[in-house]
Design a protein around this ligand. Structure first.
Ligand code: ADP
Ligand code: MG
Length: 486
């Protein structure tokens, strides 16, 4: 639940950087692959040697437009790049090529569900820019090391209006962005590797105030959890300051995830003047309507639309539909498996219950689940026929089926002695044994404590070692309990 502060309203705007999934950099052919030997993807263009010329990566532009279309933005038809000048060791050219007055996308919004309520976060802009290199401070005792592999990697920066009102909303926003970029394949969304990074601008004001308060910006948050945590910490710090009568200074802070605190890295007084001007080595560019229409055409069905289909056409709950649509692979897999004839609700129960927990326990991805449509259908049939209990299937049989090699659940269950295949005679016998062993409880049951049926069921289950079909056991139990009643 969102934390409410009785006196203050929290105001947050996020800037999210997403590394675009291209093979080469924004302005040259150097590889963008992560984790290579430091400074191995650094041509003279990346390093900004005199006389080199940048060349635009078309794929990066398409990705930026895809994201803009998905976020309902206006796509800027006429674009140019600008130089944002500043000095920093990880910036080999001394300027970053970015977009200034012509962000490729403007406006737009993202819809979220937070605490069960719909929330719309408006976007200010999405622009294209190149990433900087990386300063490494913990490799050498006396020096900062520099790795320029990342320099020149294409990024989009997604900037929101100050519409976010809590750490939970920020959490939901970032989770949604990560899902969307993965869904349409523009970014791998991997925050640990830095493919998705977030800066949070945070201010507070008295409820009802129209004017925005002075903001602080917390930089480079590298997990969804840290974004939430940093905002919580910072909001409390700001409220503490104001309550003490202090004024808030506009500043940039950094988050320390080791002890969940923020510390100042610079104040507004040292704000840079970036001296933007149009990049003279790249021509301005204009999109045709046809180009944009083709990109629109190539977009996959979006999660929102699929979720509605799962609810209306398949009768799933909003919750089940939402979870299935959190991951594109899962959503597609779910639909493929329905082709085998299993009921949607039954399949959702298997996937979101036992399969999901098996994956969580072993930290595996959905892509490792290889059970085919026919196998799901046959598994469900076994359960429907009372031959297999859900719990035995979930804990014993499913783990053996997940890799998809075994396609006959009945055979596999038989081989592992997992079927509920006891005959009526056996069950009669176990039931009689159980009732005989618990005369007091039988008396209580007959006096009206009908809930005890669960206890008897459990005892029969134990004696049968799970081989008795619960429905049949229940019938026989009732029959015997009622028969001998005087
Ligand atoms: P800059 O480019 O200097 O970082 P912008 O004005 O472009 O600043 O704003 C960056 C982000 O900060 C946006 O997401 C915006 O919504 C947010 N923002 C601006 N003012 C405030 C404020 N007073 N409180 C919270 N967020 C703010
Ligand atoms: Mg900023």
């Amino acid at each position: 639940m969102s934390v409410m502060h009785p006196k203050y309203e929290v105001v947050i705007g996020l800037e999210v950087h997403a590394q675009l999934l291209t093979q080469s950099k924004l302005f040259c052919g150097d590889s963008t692959s992560f984790g290579s030997e430091p400074n191995s993807h650094v041509s003279p263009i990346t390093l900004g040697h005199p006389g080199t010329l940048p060349k635009m990566n078309g794929k990066a532009i398409e990705h930026a437009i895809r994201m803009g279309l998905v976020c309902h933005c206006d796509i800027q038809r006429f674009n140019y790049f600008a130089r944002k000048n500043y000095f920093y060791p990880d910036l080999p050219k001394g300027y970053q090529v970015s977009q200034h007055t012509t962000p490729i996308c403007s406006g737009g919004f993202i819809k979220l569900i937070v605490d069960g309520k719909e929330k719309v976060v408006r976007l200010t802009r999405i622009h294209l820019e190149e990433d900087a290199g990386k300063s490494i401070h913990d490799m050498d005792d006396h020096f900062t090391c520099l790795d320029y592999n990342r320099a020149g990697t294409p990024l989009i920066e997604i900037v929101t209006d100050p519409d976010i009102r809590s750490a939970d909303e920020a959490f939901a926003f970032l989770t949604e962005i990560r899902k969307l970029v993965r869904w349409i394949g523009v970014c791998d969304g991997n925050m640990e590797e830095g493919s998705l990074r977030c800066d949070a601008n945070i201010s507070i004001r008295l409820h009802g105030d129209k004017k925005l308060g002075t903001r602080v910006e917390v930089k480079n948050l590298n997990s969804v959890r840290n974004v939430k945590k940093a905002i919580e910490v910072e909001v409390n710090r700001l409220i503490g300051l104001v309550e003490k009568g202090e004024t808030i200074r506009q500043e940039t802070r950094s988050f320390n995830a080791d002890n969940d605190s923020t510390f100042s890295i610079r104040t507004k007084e040292d704000a840079d003047d970036y001296r933007y001007f149009p990049e003279p080595d790249l021509t301005p560019f204009q999109f045709t309507e046809k180009f944009i229409a083709e990109i629109k055409q190539s977009l996959p069905i979006l999660p929102e639309i699929l979720k509605d289909k799962f609810i209306t056409a398949f009768g799933l709950t909003v919750y089940d539909a939402s979870v299935l649509c959190e991951d594109k692979y899962l959503a597609n897999y779910f639909q493929e498996c329905l082709a085998g004839g299993i009921a949607p609700k039954a399949l959702a129960n298997w996937l979101l219950g036992p399969v999901k927990s098996i994956l969580n326990e072993s930290a595996q991805e959905w892509t490792t689940v290889k059970v085919d449509a026919g196998t799901w259908f046959r598994l469900q049939q076994l359960a429907d026929d009372g031959k297999l209990s859900f719990s035995v299937a979930a804990h014993k049989l499913l783990p053996l089926l997940l890799d998809g090699k075994e396609k006959n659940p009945a055979e596999l269950a038989a081989k592992n002695n997992l079927l509920q295949d006891a005959g009526a005679d056996d069950i009669q016998h176990w039931v009689a044994e159980v009732l005989e062993a618990m005369p007091d409880k039988v008396q209580e049951y007959r006096k009206g404590k009908k809930g005890l049926i669960g206890l008897f069921m459990g005892e029969v289950k134990k004696r049968s070692k799970g081989k008795a079909d619960p429905k049949q056991t229940n019938d026989i139990l009732l029959e015997q309990l009622n028969k001998t009643q005087k």
